[in-house]
Design a protein around this ligand. Sequence first.
Ligand SMILES: *[C@@H]1O[C@H](CO)[C@@H](O)[C@H](O)[C@H]1NC(C)=O
Ligand SMILES: *[C@@H]1O[C@H](CO)[C@@H](O)[C@H](O)[C@H]1NC(C)=O
Ligand SMILES: *[C@@H]1O[C@H](CO)[C@@H](O)[C@H](O)[C@H]1NC(C)=O
Length: 280
Amino acid sequence: MTSLRIVSSLLLILMQGISGAFIQAMIILTASWTLLKISPILDCSMIRLDRLEYHVREELNKTAPRVLVVLHPLKVVITNLESSSVMELDAKKWPDAQADDTSAFYKVPFSNVVYIERSDFRIKDSKDYYGLAPGKSVLLRYAFPIKCTDVILGDDNETVIEIRAEYDPSKKSKPKGVLHWVAEPYPGADPLKVEVRLFEKLFNSENPTELDNWFVDLNLDSKLVIPAAYAVPALRNAAVGDTFQFERLGYFTADKDSTAEKLVFNRTVTLKDTYCKGGK
Ligand SMILES: *[C@@H]1O[C@H](CO)[C@@H](O)[C@H](O)[C@H]1NC(C)=O
Ligand SMILES: *[C@@H]1O[C@H](CO)[C@@H](O)[C@H](O)[C@H]1NC(C)=O
Ligand SMILES: *[C@@H]1O[C@H](CO)[C@@H](O)[C@H](O)[C@H]1NC(C)=O
């Protein structure tokens, strides 16, 4: 059984003392394998890694509460909101949260300094782009629509240092794009900082079981560490082993490397299956 062979070979690598990224990958594969073994629709000869990941995602979609985390923060100053004003808004832990079920929600602060993902802003807008751009509006999920009114550039006239925006307290505008975000919890205080480790897929090809020697296909540069991502305060109480969905980013588990000063999260799996889209 090919997949079983992969798993046992990975175990062998592990015993020979190869790096931590593999330990993570190993755990994912073993967990996925276990999930598949108990799945009634199992066809052992056809197991592919994308199927393994699919089952992990299906499971985590039901069990991992949602939180907002920004990996590469870009500062947005909301000019029509007072700096002393902090609102406590309700965010959903589950996509199908019912309004009368308070346990399905958690509190997020919203203030005049908000951080969005750098990749969610562009100087040049285009039709198929739903992020923020000069003059354009987006919805900050669970909060308000904001419209970009100004862009502060660095000395090189290129690096975006800060965005100025106005929010729409009436919520009448309905922008197409919906972004995740994290705000200053109180005036002048940075949001909660967490370390986040991303792991790209373990193999370069879609179906390593077809290769004569799948070992040469291992993606050795698969780890990327983000030392200071911004998170909502609700994440502060995460315990080692707790898994969350960071909205729009994937599923992440609080790692044993967490300390009292800094929580550390490993990405277990991304949100969408990237194997089928060609390219990388
Ligand atoms: C999380 O990732 C690190 C490598 O960055 C690894 O050493 C650690 O074992 C991983 N944790 C788990 C539970 O797999
Ligand atoms: C996750 O679960 C929700 C219901 O809780 C469902 O509406 C949604 O389609 C699921 N998402 C995926 C990607 O399966
Ligand atoms: C930046 O733009 C300003 C005005 O457009 C110009 O005066 C300045 O020389 C530019 N600086 C650089 C480094 O390109």
